[in-house]
Design a protein around this ligand. Structure first.
Ligand code: AMP
Length: 677
């Protein structure tokens, strides 16, 4: 650490704003005195150079926060805590996938830990590692040194395709330390998804592992990366491989072995000075599905992101330095970025990182982890909870979870029965809250710190400070009355921490999010309603995006994968309600020769091929739950497939207005195809 930085550390302190008296005051000030509100919040982080201007809103909807300020995300997450909490755990990593049985089968797994500098504790059914802020500082510096020695520098894009292991956190933090822009790709995505992202981001380096594990099943990450590189037009210079000792693989000429490189950095005691970035320079890209086939690269800035996340730990989650935060989400999703990695570290907390399923080795694993590690704040998507709901209930009460202050849920609708079931069994506040990849932190929530309004089950709460959020009439843009359904919109400027644009595509930023009325309203693409008490309720998407287990998937991406099948002339994919996963995709495919499906054998072959094409292209998460073969699809006169009507038919609900339908017999064809099944 340079002397200058060390001096600055003692000057900067952890979150230190004057605490306002009520949430109503906070909210009011965040909307009506934006600059002074956020100037105050900006004191929560370390600035190498103070901002010249808090907000530049001269070119809305593009908002610039903390203009001219210079900071570094990694420095704020790691270095800044060394004077006060070097020996506090930064991460507690747990894996129920690395158990005794796995180690007996693959002895190299245990060796790989020592190679990677991990001192771990092996138990029969899980593996654990504690990592102090001091350890994290060292590992992140080694990682940053490895990146630099392989030519990665400020502004370069790095794709991270890794499971829930500590090296994924080092990789993200090391990128932000040197000003490289990371883009984490969810491990459940397939080679095609990887290739699209490699091309769009023009990634210089990829970081991966030999293999991941899910419920004991081995996922061949390295092979998927190799295929992705093969399919991509833009080839990376290097693939950095963290070898976990699970799957032997043949190294490619561009592969670099992380353990070997880490050893070099470690022997040299390498440290890498943080690169100070102007607040608006990008920290990362996270691709998300939209209505069109190509995913959008949500671009996050640096200073606004750090300020927003640090503030949210205090005002939304009521978390404190030294407490333990556990977000059960893959690092490939926004929740994993914001609340497994960045926010808890920014706030000096301990973050739990878990590799494993909710019900393995048994359905008590979450609660056992809470008890053993005194978790204070828990956050996950409802799907995991619904999975536990199907298991033996006694697991819910075998562990002491009294350390928990609150349990937040987001990512998909939280149904009443799941919420009540959890409340009954855990006895802690179950708080639904709502946000998006784009926002990076909660748009709607309850704020338990302030006792603002009583918690209302069935609602994700009310707008958080900074979000001028309203439900508006889709046609007129006028605010809806209480009880009236409309579009959930946010008036520009979006607060700090939200996406600043779509990577290298300002036009798409506007056309995807700000194409309403005067161009000054961000569209969430969700319908909502506000009740008499001012609580918001989310009523579902306005577009063709479905939500499978809290993960957003564009139905068009699935349709594109299916359309590669030579025997299919057109198809429509819709999401239908599923008790466990919220929604599941189902596909309606029109064949060149409908006679084909008259033979059961042929039909089975086609189904297998279609499902296979989707899984190959997009990964198991997008697997259609059913494939139907109607003779035609209902369309409007302008040729638009009526997916909402198809969905209604699939769910046995009224199809609504059919007056724009061009081919009425197609409705019967869709119905018949489901009967044939
Ligand atoms: P993602 O960007 O993948 O996190 O997905 C964001 C979308 O998930 C939102 O636009 C909503 O459709 C949905 N969503 C997130 N949180 C909630 C919630 N608490 N209740 C209902 N839907 C939600």
């Amino acid at each position: 650490m340079s002397e200058q930085i060390a001096n600055n550390v003692s000057e900067s302190s952890l979150p230190s704003t004057q605490q306002p008296s009520s949430f109503a005051d906070i909210y009011h000030s965040s909307i009506h005195n934006r600059e002074s509100f956020w100037a105050q919040q900006a004191k929560r982080i370390y600035w190498h150079k103070q901002p010249d201007k808090i907000l530049d809103d001269s070119n809305l909807p593009f908002a610039k926060w903390f203009v001219g300020g210079e900071t570094n995300l990694c420095y704020n997450c790691v270095d800044r805590h060394l004077p006060d909490r070097a020996e506090q755990d930064a991460f507690i990593w747990l894996s129920s996938e690395i158990n005794q049985e796995l180690i007996d089968t693959f002895p190299a797994v245990a060796d790989a830990f020592s190679d990677l500098g991990n001192s771990v504790e092996f138990y029969t059914d899980y593996t654990k590692r504690r990592l102090t802020y001091n350890d994290l500082y060292k590992e992140v510096n080694y990682f940053a040194d490895v990146l630099q020695r392989h030519g990665v520098g400020k502004g370069d894009r790095v794709i991270i395709y890794m499971p829930m292991i500590l090296e994924a956190a080092y990789a993200m933090l090391a990128c932000t330390r040197i000003g490289a822009i990371h883009s984490v790709v969810f491990g459940g995505f397939a080679a095609h998804n990887l290739a699209i992202r490699m091309d769009d981001a023009e990634a210089k380096m990829l970081i991966t592992v030999d293999a991941g594990l899910r419920g004991g099943k081995i996922i061949n990450y390295k092979n998927l990366i190799n295929q992705g590189v093969e399919q991509a037009n833009h080839k990376p210079e290097h693939v950095l491989v963290v070898n976990r000792g699970i799957l032997p693989f043949k190294a490619q000429p561009i592969d670099v072995d992380y353990a070997t490189e880490r050893r070099i950095s470690c022997d040299a005691n390498a440290t890498v000075d943080p690169v100070w970035l102007e607040s608006n320079e990008p920290s990362y890209l996270l691709y998300t599905s939209g209505t069109t086939g190509t995913p959008k690269g949500v671009q996050r800035d640096t200073g606004g992101h750090a300020v927003a996340l640090t503030t949210s730990i205090d005002y939304v989650y009521n978390g404190k330095a030294g407490e333990t935060f556990w977000t059960i989400s893959d690092v490939g999703w926004a929740a994993g970025h914001s609340y497994t990695i960045y926010a808890p570290l920014l706030a000096g907390m301990t973050s739990v990182m878990y590799e494993g399923l909710p019900h393995r080795p048994n359905p008590g694993i979450w609660w056992r982890i809470v008890e053993a590690n005194k978790v204070n704040i828990l956050f996950t998507a409802p799907t995991g909870v619904r999975m536990l709901k199907k298991q033996d209930e006694t697991w819910m009460t075998r562990y002491d979870v009294s350390s928990l202050k609150s349990f937040f849920l987001a990512g998909e609708p939280l149904d009443e029965s799941t919420a009540s079931w959890l409340t009954e069994h855990l006895g802690v506040p179950i708080l639904d809250h709502y946000w998006q990849t784009e926002s990076g932190w909660p748009i709607l929530s309850h704020a338990p710190k302030f006792n603002h309004k009583p918690h209302k089950q069935g609602s994700p709460g009310y707008p958080m400070y900074g979000y001028d959020a309203h439900v508006i009439n889709e046609e007129t843009g006028e605010p809806c009355a209480a009880g009236e359904k409309g579009l959930l919109a946010i008036a520009a400027p979006l607060p700090p921490g939200c996406l600043t644009t779509v990577w290298r595509n300002d036009k798409r930023f506007i056309s995807s999010y700000f194409n309403l009325f005067d161009g000054k309203q961000y569209s969430t693409s969700d319908y909502a309603v506000v009740d008499e008490g001012g609580y918001f309720h989310i009523l579902g998407r306005t577009d063709d995006v479905i939500n499978v287990a809290g993960h957003r998937i564009g139905t068009q991406e699935i349709e594109e994968a299916i359309s590669t099948h030579p025997e299919i002339i057109e198809c429509a994919v819709v999401g239908i309600a599923d008790e466990l996963k919220g929604e599941l995709p189902i596909a309606f495919c029109v064949l060149r020769d409908h006679e084909q499906v008259k033979s059961t054998e042929n039909r089975f072959r086609l189904e297998q091929q279609i499902v296979g094409a989707v899984v190959k292209s997009l990964g198991g998460i997008a697997r259609p739950a059913a494939v139907y073969f109607p003779q035609a699809l209902p369309k409007t006169r302008s040729g638009k497939i009526l997916r909402r009507s198809i969905r209604a038919l699939a769910e046995n609900k009224p199809t609504g207005d059919m007056s724009t339908l061009d081919n009425p017999p197609a409705i019967d064809a869709v119905k018949q195809s489901m009967k044939d099944y």
